[in-house]
Design a protein around this ligand. Structure first.
Ligand SMILES: C[S@@+](CC[C@H](N)C(=O)[O-])C[C@H]1O[C@@H](n2cnc3c(N)ncnc32)[C@H](O)[C@@H]1O
Length: 307
């Protein structure tokens, strides 16, 4: 049963009449309604109660991926951020294993990010927990981050590496970082470890490579930005990372759409879906890395440079 499928009635309004607060999710409600109506594998009943409820009976549909895309928020925390088959199971992991151990500054940043209109972009806390462990396992001191947004993964890296560690953090847009993340990062006393660069990531990585001292010098990289460039980032990172160093790619299951028929893939996921599928195949065949494709968060692929 999906709630809010009439989204305050705005699904039938002209776009210019829709209040700002309703706009982003209105498109989701419209897409979900169209998708469900066209899906021959489900029986639906649309009920105009409350804010609109769509009751549908599953006839074998891969429901989790639809839930992922059209999730709502509970207590400011994203539900269905993960790819598990039930919200309850994901909440269980978060509440049992992740939140009790999440450092206070990260909790604060997660709460501050929840009110951002693009809050779903933040790295999932369960993926973050694994990342912190990986950083410790390789004794990471010098790292690269592509895709900062408000800085959840950046702050967790800064909290995990030693006091004289350094992070080259790149994002095309500094607004979310400066307005939401930076004050919390400063309060946590780790801002000195971060070199934030507002730029497209590729030229920055190329510039790093111009200095030969940077070759083979980074312990860790986290890539969470434009999927179409993941291959390009990988090529640069295979020179920048130490042998034995790790690169973690986020969103490599792309909301579950990597296994979804095109007609069921939500419009918002379509542009980066082919690149994600190609990149996954490419990594699987790349002899330069050992890989582990983990179904955590939105799917992360951990690569260890072998030579
Ligand atoms: C999914 S968010 C990153 C989330 C972040 N890791 C976190 O924990 O909150 C993706 C970010 O990548 C940035 N981005 C997209 N394309 C980029 C590019 N070509 N170069 C650098 N940053 C880019 C966007 O501005 C956005 O802030």
């Amino acid at each position: 049963m999906y709630d809010n499928t009439l989204w305050g009635g705005t699904v039938a309004w002209l776009e210019e009449d829709v209040p700002e607060a309703k706009r982003e999710w209105r498109q989701c409600a419209i897409e979900l309604n169209e998708l469900v109506s066209a899906d021959t594998r489900v029986e639906i009943s649309k009920v105009t109660m409350g804010d609109g409820i769509t009751i549908w009976q599953l006839l074998g549909l891969v429901a989790f991926s639809l839930q992922m895309e059209h999730s709502v928020k509970k207590d400011g925390n994203p539900v269905n951020k993960g790819l598990l088959q039930s919200d309850e199971l994901y909440q269980y992991i978060l509440e049992t294993s992740v939140y009790p151990r999440e450092p206070e500054p990260l909790k604060e940043l997660r709460a501050a990010t929840a009110s951002h209109p693009r809050a779903e972009m933040a790295t999932a806390p369960d993926a973050g927990q694994l990342m912190a462990m990986l950083l410790k396992l390789v004794d990471a001191k010098k790292t690269i981050e592509v895709g900062v947004f408000t800085g959840y993964s950046l702050l967790l890296t800064a909290l995990t590496i030693p006091d004289d560690g350094k992070i080259v953090a790149i994002d095309v847009n500094r607004e979310a970082y400066e307005q939401i993340g930076l004050p919390i990062i400063k309060k946590a006393g780790v801002a000195h470890k971060i070199d934030f660069i507002e730029s497209q990531a590729l030229p920055v990585l190329d510039k790093l490579l111009e200095n030969h001292e940077n070759e083979g010098s980074f312990d860790f990289a986290f890539i969470d930005a434009d999927k179409d460039n993941y291959w390009n980032y990988h090529e640069r990172l295979m020179k920048l990372l130490k042998v034995g160093g790790l690169v973690v790619y986020d969103n490599t299951l792309w909301g579950g759409t990597v296994v979804m028929p095109d007609e069921l893939t939500p419009e918002s996921k379509k542009p980066s879906r082919p690149a994600t599928i190609e990149f996954n195949k490419f990594l699987a065949a790349d002899p330069r890395v050992q890989i582990s494709h983990a179904s955590l968060g939105d799917g992360i692929t951990i690569c260890r440079r072998l030579y």
